[in-house]
Design a protein around this ligand. Structure first.
Ligand code: FAD
Ligand code: EPU
Length: 338
């Protein structure tokens, strides 16, 4: 069923008000294909909606929003060292992580508590605490938005990078991801060296660390600094961490000798955007009903009632201030829907 002028407030974690001119849900590939043949859908611009946790609606969406509700998780095969787990795109990401942990399928425990659906996970190659989905990705199935045909994308065809994939670039707006298959380990290799994980695990006083413990540590760390979208509207990191030439970083270091950075290659480093934004004085900035989170400067927040365009304008002001103060142009991570 296609509805009209649907409110999107409950469908985006920023909690901003916006309407979709047309809105439809699909729970099977057949239903999706039928929708794609419908005149209204063929002749309007189309956008796929998962959990709405990486989108900012800056105004009403003048097209068709297709809400993906495909469900199902199954082990499709295994080899000596791996399980191949296929998840339908509408499964909630964190539930898939928890499912895999209880079945002892290892590899995505560091990605616990990332909001959103499985189908969006390849879009920006979600990552956290030293793991990205490209590390465990096997393949995905996607439906062509124009002719309904199904294509399998293998790892190398997705061209994953830091918060990047072919679906944000060459293949943008052409595919509806319907399932993702992960290659998970039978014997866990724990990734605990990133950030505060080790420290958090120490405080848990464990004899043996399991994938469940790693997930618990990640959940604890995340809950301490990232706002829960159910309480405060947000879409996680609003900007990407910029990768800059070494000389740009050295210039910053001359003024701030404690400036953090992470090596990328011999001539480039990644500078935490949260640090730049904090140093520029934006952390905790409250502009009434929206602002910059007080525990994580990379997260813009809607305290309730802000519009998408106000939040967008705040992001523009931050970008130009960081450019002026540090000579670095921040790039938005959140998908801006205009
Ligand atoms: P949506 O916001 O619904 O969609 C995002 C984009 O993907 C849109 O362009 C949409 O059209 C497209 N899309 C969605 N589903 C499909 C599909 N099936 N086929 C084709 N295109 C599709 N991200 C990280 O990488 N790491 C983090 O640590 C992290 N932490 C976060 C913490 C918080 C509190 C929040 C709110 C967000 C965080 N995010 C993080 C961002 C977000 O959770 C991820 O980007 C997530 O994958 C988005 O999923 P979604 O289903 O909500 O996508
Ligand atoms: N920092 C500050 N002030 C802040 C925030 C961060 O100085 O307010 C500095 C600190 O030096 C800190 C460093 O930034 O050591 C890194 O901070 P953090 O570990 O919180 O990570 P991040 O770089 O801010 C990235 C991802 C997150 C992901 C975490 C953990 C991006 C854009 N963001 O954040 O992903 O959860 O690492 O791996 O890469 C998301 O994409 O939405 C997201 C939340």
């Amino acid at each position: 069923m296609i509805t009209e002028f649907e409110s999107l407030k409950a469908y985006n974690t920023f909690g901003v008000s916006a309407q979709a001119r047309y809105f439809a849900r699909f729970q099977s590939i057949e239903e999706l294909r039928e929708l794609l043949e419908h005149e209204t859908i063929r002749t309007n611009k189309r956008l796929i909606l998962g959990g709405g946790s990486n989108m900012l609606f800056t105004r009403n969406f003048d097209g068709v929003l297709l809400k993906n509700e495909l469900k199902g998780i199954q082990k499709i095969s295994e080899d000596e060292h791996h399980y191949f787990i296929q998840s339908a795109a509408g499964e909630v990401w964190h539930e898939l992580v928890m499912h895999c942990i209880s079945a002892n399928y290892a590899g995505i425990e560091n990605l616990a508590l990332i909001p959103g659906c499985v189908g969006a996970s390849p879009m920006q190659n979600i990552g956290a605490y030293g793991v990205e989905i490209k590390d465990v990705f096997h393949s995905l199935e996607a439906i062509n938005i124009n002719d309904g045909s199904l294509r399998v994308f293998k790892l190398d065809e997705c061209k994953f990078g830091y918060r990047e994939s072919v679906f944000k670039r060459e293949e943008k707006d052409k595919w509806i991801i319907v399932s993702v298959t992960f290659r998970l380990k039978k014997r866990a290799v724990l990734h605990t060296s990133y950030g505060a994980i080790e420290e958090e695990l120490d405080s848990m006083h464990l004899d043996n660390v399991s994938i469940k413990d790693v997930a618990k540590a990640v959940i604890n760390i995340r809950s301490s600094k990232l706002p829960d979208p159910k309480k405060i509207g947000n879409a996680g990191s609003f900007f990407k961490n910029p990768v800059v030439p070494m000389q740009v970083y050295r210039a910053i270091q001359e003024k701030h000798n404690n400036a953090p950075c992470f090596p990328i290659d011999e001539s480039h480093v990644k500078v935490p955007a949260g640090w730049l934004i904090e140093r520029a004085g934006w952390k905790g900035k409250n502009l009434g009903n929206y602002g910059v989170h007080d525990k994580q400067a990379l997260v813009l927040v809607n305290y309730g009632g802000a519009t998408g365009s106000q939040i967008y304008d705040l992001s523009t002001a931050i970008i130009s201030d960081i450019k002026q103060k540090f000579g670095i142009e921040l790039e938005r991570e959140v998908n801006i829907i205009a």
